[in-house]
Design a protein around this ligand. Structure first.
Ligand code: OSB
Ligand code: MG
Length: 369
C-alpha cells in the first residue's frame, strides 16, 4: 500500500516551568508533528528538533526543509509505507536524524495501528511498566532546586538528574547529597566543559552518582575516553551518539560505560535498536533520554524503553511535569511506585486531541504524491 498524504504541523506548547541547561533557558517548545494517512488510519510522529540549534544543529526550520524537499518526496516516489523500507531508502541522505526519525515514528505508529497491536510488541519490547526519572534544570537558587527535587521525590520519581554547568556543579551535588543521601542521582552537562576542567570533574566521584552525562562537547570522544579512565563513576554519552557507528566507536574507545538513547538524535527506531542490540552484546546498559516531548513523542519513548537492555530509570516523566495540558488522551501519569505504564492500545496507544492540536498549530502543510 501507499500513503495518501502526509501532514506537517508546527506546534507551540508552553512548559509548566522554565527548563534551563548549560545551553540556555527555555519557556516553551516548538516542534513538528508528523501525520501519515493510509486507508482511514493515521500514524503520528514527533520531530524533536527545537527552534534554535542549541542541543543539535537541527531546527524546526531545517527539519521542515529536509522533510518537504527530500524525505517525503522519496516516500511518494518509491511508494513507501513501511518504516523498514523508509529506513533503507533514506540512508542515501546524510544527517538530519531528528527529521527522519519524526517521519519513521509516524510510519511505525501507522503500521502498528493497522495491525491492531501496541507498538512495543512490533519491535520486541518486553517491559509493561518502565521506571521513571526526572531531569531537573538549573534553578535561580539552590533553595529552589532543593524544593523542586523534594517535590519530585514526593511524587515518586525513582531518580533525579541534575543539569550542571561550570559554576553550578560540585557545590550543587554536595548540597543535594547532604539533603538526600540515599537517592539515585546523576548529572548532565550537555557538553559544557573543556579539557581544562578534567581534574575538577573527577571530584564528582565523591557523590556516588549513577553516571555523569556528556561532560565534553559532542564530537570529542577522545577527551571522554581519557576522563573515563580516571573516574570510578560511569560516563554516559548523549549528544556524542548520533548513530550506530558513533556508539560503536565510543564503546570501543572506552569513552563511556552507559549510553543514553534518544530516538530523534539517532534517526529513528531502527537505528536506536541497532545501538541497543550492539550495547546489549557488549554489556553496555542503555536508558531512554527525553527532549521534553509532547505526549506523542513521549508515548513513542515509552514503547522504546520497553526493550530489554534499557536498564536505568529514564528521562520519562508524567505529562504534568512538562505541560499544563498534554495533547493526548489519556495523559501520561506516574504510578505509585514511580513507574509509567507502556500504553497497551494499538500503535502508540494514546489518542491525540485533535482540537487542541489545531489550536496550538502555528503552521500547517499537507503533502500529497
Ligand atoms: O540532555 O537530556 C538532555 C531536554 C532537552 C535537551 C536535552 C536534554 C533534555 C532533558 C529533558 O534532560 C529530559 C526529559 O525530556 O524529561
Ligand atoms: Mg543529556
Amino acid at each position: 500500500m501507499a500513503l495518501e498524504k502526509i501532514e506537517l504541523r508546527v506546534l507551540r506548547l508552553p512548559y509548566v516551568h522554565y527548563f534551563e541547561t548549560s545551553l540556555g533557558r527555555e519557556k516553551e517548545r516548538e516542534f513538528i508533528l508528523v501525520k501519515v494517512f493510509s486507508e482511514g488510519v493515521t500514524g503520528y510522529g514527533e520531530v524533536v528538533a527545537s527552534r534554535s540549534p542549541l542541543y543539535s544543529y537541527e531546527t524546526v526550520g531545517t527539519a521542515g526543509h529536509v522533510l518537504r524537499e527530500f524525505f517525503i518526496p522519496l516516500i511518494f516516489k518509491e511508494n513507501i509505507e513501511e518504516p523498514e523500507a523508509f529506513y533503507k531508502a533514506a540512508r542515501k541522505y546524510r544527517g538530519h536524524p531528528m527529521a527522519r526519525a519524526g517521519l519513521e515514528l509516524a510510519l511505525w505508529d501507522l503500521k502498528a495501528r493497522k495491525m491492531n497491536l501496541p507498538l512495543f510488541q512490533l519491535y520486541g519490547g518486553v517491559f509493561q511498566k518502565i521506571p521513571a526519572g526526572v531531569s531537573v534544570g538549573i534553578q535561580d537558587s539552590v533553595a529552589e532546586l532543593i524544593n523542586r527535587v523534594e517535590e519530585f521525590l514526593k511524587e515518586g520519581y525513582q531518580r533525579i538528574k541534575l543539569k550542571i554547568k561550570p559554576g553550578w556543579d560540585i557545590d550543587i551535588c554536595r548540597e543535594i547529597r547532604n539533603h538526600f543521601s540515599e537517592i539515585l542521582l546523576q548529572v548532565d552537562a550537555n557538553g559544557a566543559y573543556s579539557r581544562e576542567a578534567s581534574e575538577k570533574l573527577q571530584d564528582l566521584d565523591e557523590f556516588n552518582l549513577l553516571m555523569v552525562e556528556q561532560p565534553f562537547p559532542p564530537y570529542d570522544l577522545w577527551e571522554h575516553s581519557l576522563l573515563q579512565q580516571k573516574m570510578r563513576t560511569p560516563l554516559c554519552l548523549d549528544e556524542s551518539i548520533y548513530d550506530y557507528y558513533s556508539a560503536r566507536s565510543a564503546v570501543e574507545m572506552g569513552s563511556c560505560r552507559v549510553i543514553n538513547i534518544k530516538v530523534g538524535r539517532v534517526g529513528g527506531i531502527i537505528e536506536a535498536r541497532r545501538i541497543h542490540d550492539y550495547c546489549q552484546e557488549k554489556g553496555i546498559p542503555v536508558w531512554c533520554g527525553g527532549m521534553l516531548e509532547s505526549g506523542i513523542g513521549r508515548a513513542h519513548n515509552l514503547h522504546l524503553a520497553s526493550l530489554p537492555n534499557f536498564k536505568f530509570p529514564h528521562d520519562l516523566s508524567a505529562s504534568r511535569r512538562y505541560y499544563p495540558v498534554d495533547i493526548i488522551e489519556p495523559e501520561i501519569v506516574l504510578e505509585p511506585k514511580g513507574e509509567i505504564r507502556v500504553p497497551e492500545g494499538p500503535g502508540i496507544g494514546v489518542t491525540p486531541r485533535e482540537k487542541m492540536i489545531e489550536s496550538l498549530t502555528l503552521h500547517k502543510e499537507v503533502l500529497i504524491p
